[in-house]
Design a binder for this molecule. Sequence first.
Ligand code: NAG
Ligand code: NAG
Length: 387
Amino acid sequence: MSPSAGGLVVFLLSVQVIQSQDGWGVNYRQTDICAVKGSTVYISCIIKHPSGKYPSDIKDRFWFTKEKDGEPVDLRTDSEYSGRVEYDCYTKGCTLIIKDPRKSDSAEYKFTFMTSKSGEKYTGSPGVTLSVKDSGFQVQVRRSDSTWLELTCPSSCVLSDRAEYDWSKNGEIIKRGSSLRVSSGSTDRYSCYLRGSWDNGSPAVYGPWRPSVSVSPSAEMLEGDSLTLTCSTDANPAANYTWYKEAGTSDPRILSEKPQLIFSSIQSSDSGRYFCTAENQLGRKRSEFISINVKYGPRRPSVSVSPSAEMLEGDSLTLTCSTDANPAANYTWYKEHGTSDPRLVSEKPQLIFSSIQSFDSGRYFCATENRLGRKRSDFILIPVKCE
Ligand SMILES: *[C@@H]1O[C@H](CO)[C@@H](O)[C@H](O)[C@H]1NC(C)=O
Ligand SMILES: *[C@@H]1O[C@H](CO)[C@@H](O)[C@H](O)[C@H]1NC(C)=O
């Protein structure tokens, strides 16, 4: 039935509705569309002619969201859409193309047209609801058990009934469906798409790659230097980082839960093996070990005397000099020699008298040295009694 009866025309004019079963009509392909900023949105409709034939008698047609003085405003004349909208119309239908959609484009879009018959106007209502989001779909990760993860593709957009998801792995479509099971720790890149809206795919999610470690300024340093260890990897969602130090047979000790481990003044006790881990919802990976070797000059050496009892001529005696240094220090033993320079008596850590004599009595000290410094011990007094 054509809306030719006068009363019906007036009715259509005043409320601009046409969805009658056998009159003119507008069918929208989708009535709810999600879009991501930076993509392109396509909103399509088909015009239904009362005769069921191709509508050859359409005069003017356009898309709108706003009305002015009761009249729809062609989007192409709306300054907010300037340069961003195009129509791709043909006899039977029309597609609205919105480039680079903005959040403010979220609205109900309707298609309207006039027929060649004077005063006949039709608007497809309700229209198509577009929601433009900062980021489109986000893959959500749920741990099923220790080896499997379940990925889902939730969206706050109201999707049409026909919406289906496709899943891609490293850029190739591998599955259709609302969820995807993947193994924990995978570094493959998974994305979900709303079928038919290829521009609205989610960012890929993937577990962290084995993190790499960098040392600044270098892995060889002197006590008191500052040092920064940095752990980095690639993962989405972004990985969190943990720094550990090996602790012999016990569990490694957690030192930091930041990507950087910073020593403002490194100490010899900081020497050791470190590693970091990177973790996100998809898995956890650990770095190689990094060895930190803090160099320092010798500490003041200590001396042990063995045996410690009073000595008689002919006894044996060992003086041992010890210190801590990195790199290892060398040792020299000296005996005081009146007012002249002390006399070097040994270039070993141990000074051994196999049969001590009274002329061995005196004051001794040892010195230790590496390329970072030199330290000497206190004096040791060796009294030797004659029998
Ligand atoms: C790091 O991320 C994992 C996975 O999301 C989480 O279970 C863990 O609690 C996070 N650790 C820290 C220190 O934030
Ligand atoms: C001990 O080490 C220092 C620094 O490396 C070096 O100059 C010196 O000659 C060494 N002395 C001996 C006795 O080896």
